[in-house]
Design a protein around this ligand. Structure first.
Ligand code: F6P
Length: 518
């Protein structure tokens, strides 16, 4: 079944939300805190992941209408279509089944077989690299692994590998994504071809940045060794089997990305090979299990106690009624410094759409702007604007109850800062001098998680993926295509091919300057 095509702005609940907004837009969070049962009704826990969303400009009656919006937009049915593998990516005529990659048992035996084959291949390679059964061409153990890929073929993997680096199995990781010759050269400088494994990740195997980088690295490798050694040192991850073969990758070293896995959701399958190699297969399994557990929570919980659904509703509320254009992600873990960037692609490439599922221009706000940085660093950069600026920016604070290291004292300071900031944003500070006055009433969600383990990070990523699905589902847009990015790619190709007639004057002038400067 396709997703339903209901215009949210025509639903009764949407109209009621407008009325709620007019009635309650000046209510303070401090006042709302006095509502009976606020702490209980505005918090949820799932397996040690605790969401407190009390500090929001949302009353119990507004929350009730937001939940009604889920029912009226038939979210339940859409969630089932998503997990059942229905063709919900209609514009590309594909199912969306990245959730199957982290599941032990799927509805379809055929999907199960594909998933198990992929998982087994990943685990085999990871185990062999770690225990030294798979070595470089001189028989030495691999010391370095390089992921060559961009966008969804890069961001999630790098975020996870760095986020879980305390679990690393003593292998260095590198990521080459941008088509920047200076950066690629810098990475290569550090590498020994004898002990480096290269993974080319590209669903299409046609992305110019990735293919150019892969060719450059291949030339470097051949220059230092011999073409026949490519078979031991290059792995390809793709939906395209012939192009990696033509590139020279051994057929046994090509891992598939099924068509039903979108690039920005691909870290759970073959594209996550570097994760399994760095963390080891047991930690990799834990990551998948955590994500699967969050899927279960999302699919089975009532909307009132459903973490991804609640976060989606809160986003829709601020974006559409308070007209907040952005939301910030603030992890209180330096290891998660890549999380905001990863979520930027996951969310903005998914829900940055202006046409609805009926092919009509939308008359409401869709995906917001996602940005952020780690606390406490962010406190010393952009928090001033959050506290006293003229913009209302809802924030997700993500913090961990326990550190992975022994240093409880430092963790106490980190945690105190997380708690202090959410409190300061909400309560502000009355001062005599107006420049010292901090108005408060700034909303935030707190995600307080046991510790940053593979399992818990799996839950956290799946939480946001499912939030993104929910936002798109309710707002009646197609979240799993990305037609907007294609135009720039084809114009760049035209420029490289010398087809510049259709360019505007400004762009032609810049091109002329570039050519003169060479
Ligand atoms: O830039 C858009 C995009 O298609 C992303 O969605 C994708 O993750 C990335 O390019 C890389 O694509 P590929 O894996 O095919 O190289």
């Amino acid at each position: 079944m396709p997703l339903n095509k209901l215009d949210p702005s025509k639903l009764n609940s949407w109209k009621e939300l407008k009325a709620q907004f007019d009635k309650e837009k000046f209510l303070t969070i401090e006042k709302l805190m006095e509502e009976r049962g606020r702490l209980k009704n505005f918090s949820v826990e799932w397996e040690g992941l605790f969401l407190d969303f009390t500090k929001n400009r949302i009353s119990q009656s507004t929350l009730n209408v937001l939940i009604k919006l889920c029912h009226e937009s038939d979210l339940k049915n859409n969630i089932e279509c998503y997990f059942n593998g229905d063709v919900i990516n209609e514009t590309e005529k594909r199912s969306v089944l990245h959730t199957a990659l982290r599941s032990q048992k799927n509805e379809s035996e055929e999907i199960d077989k594909v998933v198990n084959d992929i998982r087994q291949k990943i685990i085999n390679i990871a185990d062999k690299v770690i225990n030294g059964d798979k070595t470089g061409y001189t028989g030495k153990k691999f010391t370095d692994v390089v992921n060559i890929g961009i966008g969804g073929s890069h961001l999630g993997q790098e975020m996870v590998v760095e986020g879980l680096s305390p679990f690393s199995q003593n292998i260095k990781t590198h990521f080459v994504s941008n088509i920047d010759p200076d950066y690629t050269a810098k990475v290569l400088e550090k590498l020994n071809p004898e002990t480096t494994l290269f993974i080319i990740v590209s669903k299409s195997f046609n992305t110019i940045e990735t293919i150019k980088n892969a060719n450059k690295i291949k030339d470097w490798f051949i220059g230092k060794t011999n073409v026949k050694n490519i078979q031991d040192h290059f792995i390809a991850v793709s939906n395209n089997i012939s192009a990696p073969k033509d590139f020279g990758v051994d057929a046994n070293n090509i891992l598939p990305i099924p068509e039903w896995v979108g690039g920005r959701f691909s870290l759970w399958g073959s594209a996550g090979l570097i994760i399994a190699i760095t963390l080891g297969s047991e930690n990799y399994r834990q990551l998948l299990n955590g994500a699967n557990s969050m899927d279960k929570h999302f699919r089975e919980s009532d909307f009132e106690k459903n973490i991804p659904v609640l976060l989606a509703l809160i986003s829709i509320w601020y974006n559409n009624f308070f007209k907040c254009e952005t939301e910030a992600i603030i992890p209180y873990s330096e290891l998660l410094n890549k999380l905001p960037g990863y979520l930027q692609q996951a969310s903005m490439e998914s829900n940055g759409k202006g046409t609805d599922r009926n092919n009509q221009k939308v008359n409401y706000e869709t995906g917001g702007i996602i940005w952020g940085a780690t606390g406490t660093n962010a406190q010393h950069s952009f928090f001033q604007l959050l506290h006293q600026g003229t913009k209302l920016i809802p924030c997700d604070f993500i913090a961990f109850q326990n550190p992975l290291s022994e240093d409880a004292e430092q963790h106490k300071i980190l945690t105190a800062n997380f708690l202090a900031q959410t409190n300061a944003l909400m309560s502000g500070n009355k001062a005599k001098e107006s420049y010292k006055n901090i108005q408060g009433n700034k909303p935030s969600n707190s995600l307080f998680i046991n510790s940053l383990t593979p399992y818990n990070l799996g839950m956290l990523i799946a939480l946001y993926e499912n939030k993104i699905f929910t936002v798109g589902s309710i707002l009646n847009i197609f979240s799993f295509d990305q037609w907007g990015v294609e135009l720039g790619k084809s114009i760049a190709k035209g420029i490289l091919d010398g087809n510049t007639d259709s360019l505007d004057d400004s762009t032609k002038n810049l091109l002329t300057r570039y050519k003169k400067g060479k």
